[in-house]
Ligand binder design. Structure first.
Ligand code: CU
Length: 118
């Protein structure tokens, strides 16, 4: 009787540990990726990500740039216009579809990003 109870306690603690680890490992699935803003283009100019991915926009050039949604699902959005280097804007894309993002200053020079969210 005593041994049976001890065995049950061990099994329970193993199961409980498994349950505690399970949900945490799901959080590790959150993804992010980086798109660069150079002079005067997005790098890369086409990108495909899965829904829920955070896209981080990193300014690496010297010119002033911005990230502005031109078309695609959901509300419009845009970053500030700046020449500061580094990640100045980030957005999580939850809705699937095709997005066209531009830099309003250099769109005429081809500074466009086609982003596909699957
Ligand atoms: Cu620009």
């Amino acid at each position: 009787m005593q041994a049976k109870r001890a065995f049950a306690a061990v099994v329970c603690s193993l199961l409980c540990a498994g349950l505690a680890i399970g949900p945490l490992s799901g959080v590790a699935g959150a993804r992010s990726t980086t798109v660069k803003l150079d002079d005067d283009l997005f790098s890369p100019e086409r990108k495909t990500v899965s829904a829920g991915t955070e896209v981080r926009f990193k300014w690496i050039g010297s010119d002033r740039h911005n990230v502005t949604k031109k078309s695609g699902p959901g509300r419009s959005f845009g970053s500030e216009t700046t020449a500061d280097r580094g990640v100045n804007f980030a957005k999580k894309f939850k809705q699937r579809g095709k997005y066209k993002l531009i830099c309003t200053i250099h769109a005429k020079d081809g500074m466009k990003l086609k982003l596909k969210v699957n």
